[in-house]
Write a protein that binds this ligand. Structure first.
Ligand code: URA
Ligand code: SF4
Length: 204
């Protein structure tokens, strides 16, 4: 696993980075995926949100957070009073990692090797976006941004020193979709919204 370094152009232009990521061979994930899914949104932006990796829908459509988790996230952002033009949205890993089961493609977590290999793209995005705060959605994003294992339950919802900007970690929106009990689910949603509000309060 050589990592993405050799494929990342020296530019802070998101459109150029987005074009170049399609050629990345920094780890094995490009082989099975439909395409790379790069970040999107304002650049520069005050908030940079980092997810895990594209899901099934994102892999097909080429855009981050357009599937079910994206809908949960969009609602939470709105509830937190965060406008879309304040935000740049990306993922720790740019290609979808999955397992085929019949016709279904089952999500697999990216491993530490994938996270490390893909990190140069995230660094290029830090430079392009120059966020005032970075929000990590889930443990994979936190690991990618902070470079160490993070227990979300222990560290969520308050700013942590990061190399680029203060970092707020929170749950991944998919975690909310997995909660079966309606009361627990709305509590989980409220937790995500509260963490997003806290992140935004770092900005202004
Ligand atoms: N989950 C993520 O982490 N990122 C996406 O883009 C979609 C779902
Ligand atoms: Fe490159 Fe990241 Fe895709 Fe791996 S997941 S091939 S490092 S863009």
């Amino acid at each position: 696993r050589p990592g993405a370094d050799a494929w990342v152009p020296h530019t802070a232009d998101v459109a150029q980075l987005q074009g170049a990521v399609q050629g990345c061979r920094g780890c094995e994930l490009w082989r099975a995926a439909t395409q790379a899914v790069f970040g999107e949104g304002s650049a520069p932006a005050s908030l940079m949100l980092v997810g895990e990796q594209p899901g099934d829908r994102e892999d097909r459509e080429g855009e981050p957070f357009v599937g079910p988790a994206g809908r949960v996230l969009a609602e939470a952002l709105e509830e937190a009073g965060i406008a879309r033009d304040e935000v740049y949205l990306t993922n720790a890993v740019k290609h979808f990692r999955f397992e085929e089961r019949g016709k279904r493609r089952i999500h697999r977590r990216p491993d530490v090797g994938n996270i490390t290999a893909c990190r140069p793209w995230l660094e290029a995005e830090f430079a392009a976006v120059q966020p005032e705060v970075i929000v990590c959605l889930g443990a994979t994003a936190a690991r990618a941004v902070l470079g160490r294992p993070v227990k979300i339950g222990e560290e969520r919802g308050h700013p942590i020193d990061g190399a680029q900007a203060p970092v707020v970690v929170t749950i991944h929106p998919s975690a909310i979709l997995r909660v079966r009990d309606a009361a627990e689910r709305s509590e989980a949603r409220a937790g995500l919204v509260a963490d997003l509000r806290r992140a935004r309060s770092v900005v202004r």
